[in-house]
Write a protein that binds this ligand. Structure first.
Ligand SMILES: [Mn+2]
Length: 467
C-alpha cells in the first residue's frame, strides 16, 4: 500500500509539475547563484537591505509581448528568468528563522501556464534556485519587514514607465509596495550608487562558470561570422546575412543575440548602430557585421568587415589595415594593471596618426569625425557590461577591443574614401600574465579575410521555391 501511495504521489507530482524535458545541461548551477548572493552580501554595508526587481515585460504588438529578458542582475543573483519578482538580501540574518534572503516569485497557475508558459513557483525557487525563503508575489504586501530599522536601503534605478492596474502581484504592484514600505518618495542617489558599485565590482570579474559560457558564446559567434564571410556575395541581402548568423547561433544552442545585429553594406556600414539590415543587395561593397550570440545569458560581441566580392579595393584595404593596426597596438597593453581608459587612448592615438598619414585629416582633433566611439567596453550578461570603467584591468575581466573608421559620403576628404566603414571587434580575456583573444577563431588579417570570403558556404547550396 505504501509503495502504491508513493507511486501515486510520484505520478501526481510529475503530471502536475509539467517539468520540462530535454533542456540544455550547461546552465549556471544554483550553487553559482547562491555564491553570487553571498558575494553581494559580503559587499553590503552593516545593517543594510538590498532590493532587486525583475525587468518589466514590454509590448511588441497589442496584446503580444516581446520575448521576455530578465534583468541581468536578477539573473546573476538568482537564475530566475520570469517577470514580476523581487529579491531581498540582508547583510545580517533576520527574524527567528535567521534568513538572509527572500525571493517573491510568480505564483503557480495551471490556467495561465497553459497560455504563457511554465512557472517555477515557490517550490521551484527552493529546489532549483536554492532559496530557503520564497513566497508568492501577492505575499509581499503583508510580509513583516520594517525598512526603517536599516541604515541603508540598496536598490537600482526604479523604472517609472510601467503600469499595472489593480493587480497585487505584478512588477508595478511590487514596486509600489516597496516604495510605500520604505517610504521612498524620490529615488535616493546614494542607494542607487551603492547598488551600482556592488554589481560593478562583482560582475566585472568573471567566475570559472561564467568563463565557460562566455567562451561558448564567443566561439559559436565566430563560427557564424566565418560562415557568413564564406556565404556572402553581391546578390545577398543584408537581412539574409543577418539570418545566417541567427541560424548558426541557434544551431549551437544560443537563445538568440545579445543585442540587435548590425549588418550594413557600404554607406550603411558607416552608421554606428545601423539596425535596419534591409538593403536588398549588398553589391560589391564592404559589409560590416557586428553580431554576437547570447548563450545562457552571456553575450558575445564580434565585428568583422568583409568585401562582399572577396577583394578589398586599395582604399578599403588602407582603412582596414589602419583599424587592424590600432587593434594590434591595443592588444599589447591588454594586461593586468593597465588603466581601462588607456585602451581607448591608444586606439585613438594610432588612428589619428594613420588618418593624418593617409591625408584624410590634418588636424588631430578631427579624428572624432571618423572614429566617434570608444575602443572598449566590458562584456558579459549585458553586451555593454557592468564594471568600473575608470579602474584598471584585472585578471578574468572580459572586454571588447573595437576600433573603427567610418567615412560617409560627402565627408571633407578625397571622395575615393567615401562610404568606407570598417570596424574590427574582438573579445579579450585578461589572464594572469597576459590576455587571450576569445574571438581569435574568426580571421582579422585582410589576407585571411579575403581568403575566407572566396570560399563557398553550405548556405550557397540551399535552394528554396520562388515567391
Ligand atoms: Mn561592442
Amino acid at each position: 500500500m505504501k509503495q502504491f501511495l508513493l507511486l501515486f504521489v510520484l505520478f501526481f507530482s510529475f503530471s502536475q509539475g509539467q517539468s520540462q524535458e530535454n533542456l540544455p545541461t550547461d546552465y549556471l548551477s544554483k550553487e553559482f547563484h547562491q555564491g553570487r548572493r553571498g558575494a553581494f552580501r559580503n559587499l553590503m554595508p552593516a545593517n543594510s537591505i538590498a532590493v532587486i526587481f525583475s525587468y518589466p515585460e514590454r509590448v511588441f504588438s497589442k496584446d503580444i509581448n516581446y520575448n521576455y529578458h530578465q534583468n541581468p542582475d536578477m539573473y546573476y543573483l538568482t537564475g530566475y528568468k520570469e517577470p514580476d519578482a523581487v529579491l531581498l538580501l540582508f547583510k545580517e540574518p533576520q527574524g527567528s528563522e535567521k534568513y538572509t534572503e527572500v525571493i517573491f516569485v510568480r505564483e503557480k497557475n495551471a490556467g495561465k501556464e497553459t497560455w504563457t508558459g511554465r512557472r517555477l513557483g515557490i517550490e521551484g525557487a527552493k529546489t532549483k534556485l536554492g532559496f530557503t525563503t520564497a513566497y508568492n508575489g501577492k505575499d509581499f504586501k503583508d510580509f513583516k519587514l520594517d525598512f526603517k530599522k536599516f541604515d541603508s536601503i540598496i536598490y537600482d534605478k526604479i523604472p517609472t514607465d510601467i503600469s499595472g492596474g489593480n493587480n497585487i502581484d505584478n512588477l508595478h504592484a511590487l514596486i509600489q509596495i516597496f516604495k510605500a514600505k520604505a517610504e521612498i518618495i524620490q529615488e535616493n542617489e546614494s542607494s542607487v550608487n551603492l547598488f551600482t558599485n556592488i554589481t560593478n565590482s562583482l560582475r566585472e570579474i568573471k567566475t570559472p562558470e561564467e568563463l565557460e559560457l562566455m567562451r561558448k558564446s564567443v566561439k559559436l559567434s565566430c563560427i557564424a561570422h566565418n560562415e557568413v564571410m564564406k556565404a556572402v556575395g553581391p546578390d545577398m541581402s543584408e537581412n539574409e546575412a543577418d539570418g545566417i548568423h541567427a541560424y548558426i547561433h541557434r544551431h549551437y544552442g544560443a537563445e538568440g543575440e545579445g543585442y540587435p545585429p548590425i549588418v550594413g553594406a557600404g554607406a550603411n556600414g558607416c552608421i554606428l548602430h545601423y539596425g535596419e539590415n534591409n538593403a536588398a543587395k549588398i553589391d560589391n561593397q564592404l559589409l560590416l557585421m557586428d553580431v554576437g550570440s547570447e548563450y545562457h545569458g552571456y553575450s558575445a560581441d564580434v565585428t568583422r568587415t568583409v568585401p562582399a566580392n572577396g577583394k578589398f579595393t586599395e582604399e578599403q584595404k588602407a582603412i582596414y589595415q589602419l583599424v587592424y593596426e590600432a587593434q594590434e597596438e591595443v592588444f599589447k597593453i591588454c594586461k593586468t594593471g593597465t588603466p581601462f581608459q588607456d585602451l581607448n587612448k591608444k586606439a585613438k592615438e594610432i588612428i589619428t596618426a594613420g588618418l593624418i598619414k593617409l591625408g584624410i585629416i590634418t588636424d588631430p582633433n578631427d579624428v572624432r569625425i571618423y572614429y566617434p566611439h570608444s575602443c572598449s567596453h566590458f562584456l558579459g550578461l549585458d553586451v555593454h557590461d557592468k564594471g568600473n570603467y575608470t579602474g584598471i584591468l584585472k585578471e578574468n575581466m572580459i572586454f571588447t577591443v573595437e576600433p573603427g573608421i567610418y567615412i560617409p559620403a560627402n565627408s571633407k576628404c578625397d571622395k575615393k574614401w567615401w562610404n568606407i566603414g570598417v570596424r574590427i571587434e574582438d573579445d579579450i580575456l585578461i589572464t594572469k600574465d597576459s590576455y587571450e583573444n576569445l574571438s581569435a577563431d574568426s580571421p582579422r588579417k585582410w589576407q585571411d579575410v579575403e581568403a575566407l570570403a572566396k570560399q563557398k558556404s553550405t548556405f550557397n547550396e540551399m535552394k528554396f521555391p520562388k515567391i
